[in-house]
Ligand binder design. Structure first.
Ligand SMILES: [Zn+2]
Length: 389
């Protein structure tokens, strides 16, 4: 197997507690050896073993590739006018999703896949090497199943979100839609997905409906994750903990009981500040969660309605500037945190045996991701050991 040595790394984030005293496992003047698609060695550059090829990082920083654990990338059309109107003073409600549902249903498979690939390439160039994505803009048996089939060609982290909103076709009979989502639609979708998700929110699905949907998904072998407490207080976070979901996503409006429940669980709180940015909403309080001992992940929520950014560095900058996270905490949350939210140990860290997914920054330190917001600092990306951007 071919080996590649990346050396002269000024600052290396490993997320491996074997290095240094902080969760980031920082190594200065470091080197990494890639063998095939995996990391084979990490340590000080003067001790690095020889390799077939050498890449000189010229004193710059190297970080694990970002793990974007929450996106909605199988869609068609855009919502420029909705965003424009909202920035002129209207507030966001879940209803805007219907616009994308109509466009997605009307699109061909080829159009949906080309749009997905376009956004994945965009994310890769910004350092994202693992991503999760969801259905949720089809809301019919066939349209949901095809979204998942298309997504599964590009990632292992595929989520069935037939319960994004009640399909407009069932506006007068939400119970019948829940029956579809937990019945025929689930049967068609489960073979193509790893996860089941539900938008548990006023205007979408209440606690009882969400429990029924997640429980039915679990019975079909899918693992639960939940859109919880984004727009207001509600039962989503408690339900996520009760059902041992890998992640409760958004977590913007939390009671003390919600924070306690997360802190005493294995459920990760995935914060999605692109959504609050793009809807001018209240930020999630990352500091409160971290101080309570909750595991926090940061992700883009990339979707054409409420958070049309594929940039994890942008989310890191928001989290540091407005959500009380330190640059180190935000770095960890966007890599190791995302991996934990997907229950993965082979990504989000640079340690022997993990996938060789890493990004070279045009900066001496990962802190620059927040210090230099909006600047395209990711200058090279390796994914599965191959130079990908
Ligand atoms: Zn979402």
């Amino acid at each position: 197997m071919t080996t590649t040595l990346i050396t002269n790394i000024g600052s290396l984030v490993t997320n491996d507690p074997a290095h240094g005293d902080t969760p980031l496992g920082l190594v200065e003047n470091a080197a990494v050896v890639i063998e095939g698609d995996r990391i084979a060695w990490v340590g000080p550059q003067e001790k690095a073993p020889a390799a077939d090829a050498v890449h000189d990082a010229q004193g710059r920083a190297v970080i694990p590739g970002f793990v974007d654990s929450h996106s909605h990338l199988v869609f068609a059309g855009d919502r420029t006018q909705e965003f424009n109107a909202r920035m002129s003073g209207r507030s966001y409600t879940a209803g805007g999703i219907r616009t994308t549902v109509a466009a997605t249903r009307a699109a061909t498979d080829e159009e949906l896949e080309a749009n997905l690939v376009h956004h994945l390439d965009e994310a890769l160039r910004q350092g994202t090497t693992t991503f999760e994505t969801k259905s949720g803009y089809g809301l019919t048996v066939e349209d949901e199943a095809r979204a998942l089939r298309i997504a599964a060609r590009h990632t292992d982290e595929v989520t069935y979100l037939g319960a994004h909103i009640v399909s407009p076709d069932y506006a007068d009979d939400p119970a019948a839609y829940v029956a579809l989502v937990t019945g025929e639609m689930l049967d068609a979708c489960a073979p193509h997905a790893r996860w089941v998700d539900v938008f548990c929110e006023k205007g979408a699905f209440d606690g009882d409906q969400a429990r029924a949907i997640l429980t039915a998904g679990k019975a079909k072998g899918l693992l639960p994750r939940v859109h919880a407490n984004q727009l207001g207080y509600g039962p989503g976070v408690q339900l996520a903990v009760e059902l041992e979901a890998a992640s409760a996503d958004h977590c913007t409006h939390l009671t003390d009981e919600d924070v306690d429940a997360l802190a005493n669980s294995s459920t990760v709180a995935t914060l999605l500040p692109g959504a609050e940015f793009s809807t001018r909403a209240q930020w999630p309080d990352a500091r409160r969660l971290l101080d309570a001992g909750v595991t926090v992940a940061l992700s883009t929520d990339c979707n054409p309605g409420s958070s049309f950014t594929s940039s994890v560095p942008f989310c890191i900058a928001l989290a540091v500037r407005d959500m009380g996270m330190t640059p180190d905490e935000a770095m960890w949350a966007a890599t190791a945190g995302g991996a934990q939210a997907l229950r993965r140990e082979d990504v989000g860290r640079l340690a022997p045996g993990a996938y060789a997914d890493l990004a070279l920054l045009d900066a001496p330190s990962h802190v620059h991701l927040a210090y230099r917001p909006g600047v395209p600092l990711v200058s090279a990306v390796w994914r599965r050991g191959v130079r990908a951007a």
